[in-house]
Design a protein around this ligand. Structure first.
Ligand code: C2E
Ligand code: MG
Ligand code: MG
Length: 411
């Protein structure tokens, strides 16, 4: 069933009186769009999206009538109608599935919303701990105190609060700290251009990381391709929604979606296009903790240098090998910290910056102290650009393999 108005028939301007008549005739109904767990492909829940089942125009989308409802004071009536239908339909869904509903900014400016939700939940037998309330940032402009009081009441009732369309509104970061959010929805404009635009990829990666570091669930909207899903998975985004998984459907079609065992998702793909078949689902902050532990405990010297060959991170082992403190490395160029070794390794560093992985290079240590074995791995950011090199090194008092030693001589 199409969710849009009948093709070829432009939707005329909608009056408040026409919308009121539609509400009285029960023509505004909920559609449901699946929200999927990206790491497993299992259904997590649905977002409720309003449609006007117009007798001649077909299904009229919400951007044609929500603003009219807000301006004319019909929004509470519309919300009540939509939620009554949605909560009833949801009673036949599994108890673990969530229902996300959109609440208008004006509804966070008056204190009626919690009572409205309580009364509909009671009459339909819907458990409010399954409800996610999606609000946009415009709800918070100039009105944070009232919004906070309402949000706290909703949380006390068991509801979760989600910040919808994150990144498109006014002063996004400011608003993120003003309400007790549980979830962040990455706007579909970024997701849509992610595969083509490096900036969008960087923004999506940063927003997912931001959500994770704040302990919020992250949901990506508008996923249309497998490539986008795989990239989001790589960033560690938890939930996804979009035409790849299905458009919004009427209540009659819900059972068909629920019967589906799961969506088959592609392997996660890093922005450099490399497939990573891994069961490791750690968030970036967990990866950072793991990396620090690895650095401190490693029996070999480890470092990360940026594209200017300055040390960004070094472990204790490498600092000892270079006979300098960790602090004496950070922010300084390799050429300044180990001037005698640098001429031998510079060609390899330059090749690594062009994208080559180089292993088992052996270079002489000064004063015939032995040899240093080095591995260089280029490191890329979310957009696939090389931003530095990860270096692993070990020192040996004597040459290990005669054939590999002084490989630099050949360069
Ligand atoms: P939203 O909450 O950000 O909802 C997501 C919108 O993206 C929906 O548009 C959905 O149909 C669309 N969408 C989902 N996946 C894809 C995709 O893969 N590609 C593309 N191009 N679009 C996708 P829709 O249903 O037209 O709703 C538009 C907006 O209207 C919603 O944006 C929401 O802010 C508002 N809205 C919808 N229903 C209600 C309601 O009952 N009450 C209130 N206050 N607002 C509502
Ligand atoms: Mg929404
Ligand atoms: Mg949205």
């Amino acid at each position: 069933m199409s969710a849009a108005s009948t093709p070829g028939k432009p939707v005329p301007r909608i009056s408040a009186a026409a919308l009121h008549r539609a509400l009285c005739k029960d023509e505004i109904i909920p559609f449901f769009q699946p929200i999927v767990k990206l790491h497993s492909g299992h259904l997590a829940g649905f977002e409720v999206l309003s449609r006007w089942k117009h007798p001649t125009l077909g299904f009229v989308p919400p951007d044609r009538f929500i603003a009219v409802a807000e301006k004319s004071g019909l929004i509470d009536m519309l919300t009540r109608q939509i939620l009554e239908h949605a909560f009833k339909a949801a009673s036949s869904l599994g108890e673990s599935l969530t229902l996300s509903v959109n609440i208008s900014p004006v509804q966070l400016r008056t204190p009626e919303l919690p009572d409205l939700l309580r009364s509909i939940a009671k009459s339909t037998g819907f458990a409010l701990d399954r409800l996610v309330i999606e609000i946009t940032e415009s709800a918070l402009i100039g009105n944070v105190e009232t919004a906070l009081a309402i949000a706290e009441e909703l949380k006390a009732m068991g509801c979760k609060i989600s910040l919808d369309d994150f990144g498109t509104g006014y002063s996004s970061l400011f608003h993120l700290q003003s309400l007790p959010f549980d979830e962040l929805k990455v706007d579909r404009s970024f997701v849509g251009s992610m595969a083509l635009k490096r900036e969008s990829r960087k923004i999506v990666g940063a927003v997912v990381g931001l959500g994770q570091s704040l302990g919020l669930k992250t949901v990506a909207e508008g996923i249309e391709t497998e490539e986008q899903a795989a990239m989001l998975l790589w960033f560690g985004c938890e939930l996804g929604q979009g035409w790849l998984f299905g458009k919004a459907v009427p209540a009659e079609e819900l059972s068909e979606i629920i019967a589906k065992p799961r969506w088959r998702l592609p392997a996660k793909v890093s922005p450099d296009g490399e497939k990573r078949h891994s069961t490791f689902e750690a968030s970036p902050s967990h990866r950072l903790i793991e990396l620090q532990a690895l650095y401190s405990g490693a029996p070999i010297g480890l470092a990360f240098v940026d594209a200017d060959l300055r040390y960004v991170n070094v472990n204790r082992k490498l600092a000892d090998m270079n006979e300098a403190s960790i602090e004496d490395h950070l922010g300084r160029r390799i050429s300044d910290v180990i001037p005698e070794i640098f001429p031998h390794i510079e060609p390899y560093l330059r090749r690594a910056l062009l994208g080559e992985s180089i292993s088992e290079v052996e270079v002489p240590l000064p004063h015939s102290r032995g040899i240093r074995t080095l591995c260089y791995e280029p490191a890329r950011d979310e957009s696939g650009e090389i931003v530095g090199i990860s270096i692993a090194s070990s020192d040996f008092a004597h040459k290990r393999h005669s054939h590999a030693a002084y490989a630099i001589a050949a360069d």
